[in-house]
Each structure stands twice: as structure tokens, then as C-alpha cells.
Design a protein. Structure first.
Length: 81
């Protein structure tokens, strides 16, 4: 039978390629899901913080709804031709 590695729950190692597997409990508690982009930044010796990367376009899309009259932008674009 294969020997089971003895690790403390919630811990991980840094691979030779600088990769880390984040324990699923920590991901769930942070509300992060598979495929999400994160930003990693150092916050002092021995501490790295991961933050969800925000999509600025998605954040502000639709915020100018009602700022222009219907077809006003189309008319302005025709002026460029």
C-alpha cells in the first residue's frame, strides 16, 4: 500500500515552479471559485495575500444608462465620417 504523506490540515508547500495549491476550505471561506483571477501581493515577511481581480469594465458597464438621448450617440458617430 502507498504511504500517505503526513501533512497538517490546511497546509501546503511551494513547488519548485513556485506553485501553491490552496486548500479548498480556505477558498470556500474566501468566496473564491475555480477559474477566477486573483492578484497576489506581499504583505510583509512570510505573508502573501490573494485578492479577487476586479473587472473594471463589468463594474462600470451600464452606469451611464440614460445619460444620452435615444440615437444621440449614433448621430455623434455619423459626424466622424
Amino acid at each position: 500500500m502507498k504511504e500517505v504523506k503526513k501533512r497538517r490540515r490546511g497546509t501546503t508547500r511551494i513547488s519548485s515552479q513556485h506553485q501553491v495549491t490552496i486548500p479548498v476550505d480556505a477558498l470556500r471561506a474566501a468566496g473564491l471559485e475555480t477559474g477566477e483571477r486573483v492578484i497576489a501581493r506581499a504583505e510583509g515577511p512570510g505573508r502573501v495575500v490573494l485578492e479577487r481581480a476586479t473587472d473594471v469594465l463589468a463594474e462600470f458597464a451600464g452606469t451611464l444608462t440614460g445619460a444620452y438621448m435615444p440615437n444621440e450617440l449614433d448621430e455623434l458617430r455619423r459626424e466622424w465620417d
